[in-house]
Design a binder for this molecule. Structure first.
Ligand code: UD1
Ligand code: CA
Length: 429
């Protein structure tokens, strides 16, 4: 049995923010969501998240997720937080004393599931009471340092603020992910104190007490430094964003997407992109966007949440699309805003077209049916429909509910019907 405990109660003082650290967005979703997704992929039977600072805000950010929230009312340190998590799982752990309890800091969004799997496997093979994740870092600043004895066993873990100059030179660091044998945590937790630079209950001290008691403390060293980057400050958040962004772009390229310039391409978490789609430079694609295959996006395109592009769609320079569907082989190539739009197949949206979706009170939908041709500089005031095969003239302003019937032609400001077309139900109201 596996119980996971994510520590997310801290304020994140070093962020200098009113928003709890774990809610800061990282590629479109909260930092904590990255950690949760990784931990969830391990398949724990029980997922506990320890919250404290602005805990209702944190809890409400994850509606409908299978999480047992544990409240750490006062943030007395990482060991105290872990204890809150273990208490929330007390019934499960006492029924399964050999359960693995995985404790992970909530500010480690780059950890890979493979690494946590290896940590758990090493713990099992070593039959250890505690197994910790470590890493050799070129620059260990800001992390707890691992001190080993002559036999290579973990003897101590010293926080940056408590370390001597010699200890600060040690490059093996504590990552902030631990596996405890179910029953083991509580006994050692009872023995730690707050005699340290921060006056806090350190989770690292629980590990040290276990080692001092002669129980088996094993460790797994993760090779990739990038995985262990933590988010304590906004500078670290930007670095972590860059690492994760590159990692996701690599995955898209491996799956058959061409990305002309990864340095200027920003794609958030949870975006689907089909094969043989080309992404040109300076493109931003936000969380949840879905893009078919054989599309062309960019340069300078901004696709916002709720956007779905069917196969073969082509979106170009200085185009922003929000909460809209663009059909098969349709084109929005230049200088346009498409908001709350439903665009059919083989539609051409001319340069400088605006979907005026917001009247200051409500947002409404604009429908552009198959094979319609929207002339350059058209303003479509929602709610409105441009029927199948219809045409709007350059610079026309199509007022709300003044639908252009299928095959019709509308021109001018406000747009007048120049040709009735063949639509019946879509006639002007
Ligand atoms: C911790 C480790 C350090 C390690 C580093 C790397 C300790 C004492 N130190 O330091 O050895 O190198 O992480 O990841 O554990 N939290 C709570 N309640 C609290 C305090 C913290 O839930 O009372 C949560 C925070 O929200 C955060 C996590 O625990 O998600 C880690 O806390 P943080 O303050 O970032 O620990 P570090 O100082 O980075
Ligand atoms: Ca941290």
């Amino acid at each position: 049995m596996l119980v996971s405990v994510i520590l997310a109660a801290g304020k994140g003082t070093r962020m200098r923010s009113d928003l709890p650290k774990v809610l800061h967005p990282l590629l479109g979703v909260p930092i904590l969501e990255h950690v949760l997704d990784t931990v969830e992929a391990l398949g724990p039977q029980l997922k506990v998240v320890v919250v404290g600072y602005k805990h209702t805000d944190v809890e409400e950010s994850f509606p409908g997720r299978d999480i047992r929230w544990s409240l750490q009312a006062d943030q007395l340190g990482t060991a105290h937080a872990a204890n809150c998590g273990v208490e929330a799982a007390a019934a499960e752990i006492s029924a399964n004393p050999d359960a693995q309890v995985l404790v992970v800091n909530g500010d480690l969004p780059l950890l890979r599931v493979e690494t946590l799997k290896a940590l758990s496997a090493i713990h099992r093979e070593a039959d250890a009471a505690v197994t910790i994740l470590t890493c050799e870092k070129a620059d260990p600043t800001g992390y707890g340092r691992i001190i080993r004895d002559a036999q290579g066993r973990v003897r101590d873990i010293v926080e940056e603020n408590d370390a001597t100059e010699a200890e600060k030179r040690l490059r093996e660091i504590n990552v902030g992910a631990y596996v405890f044998r179910g029953g083991a945590f509580l006994g050692f937790y009872a023995r730690i104190g707050r005699d340290n630079a921060q006056g806090e209950l350190y989770l690292t001290d629980v590990v040290v007490k276990a080692a001092q008691a002669g129980t088996r403390v094993s460790s797994f060293k993760v090779a990739d430094e990038a995985e262990v980057a933590q988010v304590n400050s906004r500078i670290e958040l930007a670095r972590v964003t860059d690492i994760l962004r590159t990692r996701l772009l690599d995955e898209y390229m491996r799956s058959g997407v061409t990305i002309y310039d990864p340095r200027t391409t920003y794609i958030e978490k949870g975006v689907r992109i089909g094969r043989d789609t080309h992404i040109l430079p300076f493109t931003m694609i936000e969380h949840g966007v879905e893009i078919g295959s054989g599309c062309e996006i960019g340069p300078f395109t901004h696709l916002r949440p709720g956007t779905r592009l069917d196969d073969g769609a082509s979106i170009g320079n200085f185009v922003e699309i929000k909460n809209s569907k663009v059909g098969h082989d349709s084109k929005v190539r230049h200088l346009s805003y498409v908001g709350d739009g439903l665009i059919g197949q083989k539609v051409n949206i001319g340069a400088g077209t605006i979907f005026a979706n917001y009247d200051g009170k409500v947002k409404s939908t604009t429908v552009v049916e198959d094979e319609a041709f929207v002339g350059s500089g058209t303003v479509l005031v929602a709610p409105v429909t441009v029927g199948k095969g219809a045409i709007t003239g350059a610079g026309s302003v199509v007022l709300k509910n003044r639908n252009v019937p299928a095959g019709g032609v509308a021109v001018g400001v406000p747009a007048q019907l120049l040709k009735e077309g063949k639509g019946s139900s879509n006639s002007r109201s």
